[in-house]
Design a protein around this ligand. Structure first.
Ligand code: BTN
Length: 250
């Protein structure tokens, strides 16, 4: 089996960049990518979020992190599984290291404390044909920002714990958990996927969602291996992709 360098063992710290994910992508394109290389920045002028959204983050306040993973020996069918294990790793840090028991994953990859978003994840994959080459895992974790003009329903570790957080210590905790999770992903991906499902906001409960502007409800049964959400509406199991519905927090 391939020997993977530890995540975070090589690290690049930037002050100002368009996006740490873009920086990582450029390294891949220049043939300079190595597994586990992590990149952080104090500020991103074009921080990228899910579905083409912008990721706003006040300068020097938060964790803006990208990690390059060599996926060349992993089946592309596990793409969503990687998303699941990364979400769980971030959620585990918040629950175990910071004792934030009400941490939940809002499908597919937002991390919430109660009803407020604390972290977002954006994974960009590099393929050659059908072969997975690299994954660039982007993590934005709100650390010391206390005012959120773009999204009122956001929070940070400082707001939750009432004290300034250390970027270096928090990064070390993230790397530790990400290494644990990646090792398990190689050995027992199913186990971690179960954990992702257990940490989902609304699992086995009635949830509300919006589809084509109309609010509907149903019981959240889980998320399949392709990343589609399964909701029991009446007696029917309905399956939706990320772009198709908007989960409502209630
Ligand atoms: C989301 O919730 O929409 C995903 C946000 C991901 C933000 C991080 S910050 C570090 C990395 N670089 C980016 O441009 N985006 C990700």
């Amino acid at each position: 089996m391939k020997r993977y360098p530890r995540i975070g063992s090589s690290h690049i710290e930037l002050t100002d960049i368009d996006s740490t994910n873009n920086y990582a992508m450029r390294l891949v394109n220049q043939g300079m990518a190595e597994h586990g290389l992590s990149i952080t920045a104090d500020f991103q002028s074009e921080g990228k979020g899910q579905l083409g959204n912008v990721w706003h983050s006040e300068e020097r306040k938060n964790i803006l992190l990208s990690i390059i993973l060599d996926m060349s020996e992993i089946d592309l069918a596990q793409q969503f599984m990687l998303n699941g294990i990364i979400c769980s790793a971030v959620a585990n840090v918040l629950m175990e290291d910071f004792a934030l028991a009400n941490t939940r994953i809002k499908w597919p990859n937002d991390i919430y404390i109660g009803k407020k978003k604390i972290a977002g994840i954006l994974i960009e994959n590099i393929l050659r044909g059908n072969q997975w080459q690299y994954a660039i895992v982007g993590i934005g974790l709100n650390l010391n920002q206390t005012r959120f003009s773009f999204n009122q329903s956001s929070t940070s570790l400082k707001l939750e714990l009432n004290k300034e957080g250390s970027k270096a210590k928090t990064l070390a905790k993230l790397f530790k958990q990400l290494n644990l999770s990646f090792d398990q992903f190689i050995q027992q991906p199913e186990m971690l996927y179960d954990q992702y499902q257990q940490q989902l906001f609304g699992i086995n409960q009635t949830i509300f969602f919006q589809k084509n502007g109309e609010v509907q409800s149903g019981v959240l049964k889980g998320v399949n291996k392709s990343g589609e959400i399964e909701i029991e509406v009446g007696s029917q199991l309905k399956i939706f992709r990320h772009r198709d519905i908007n989960l409502l927090l209630h």
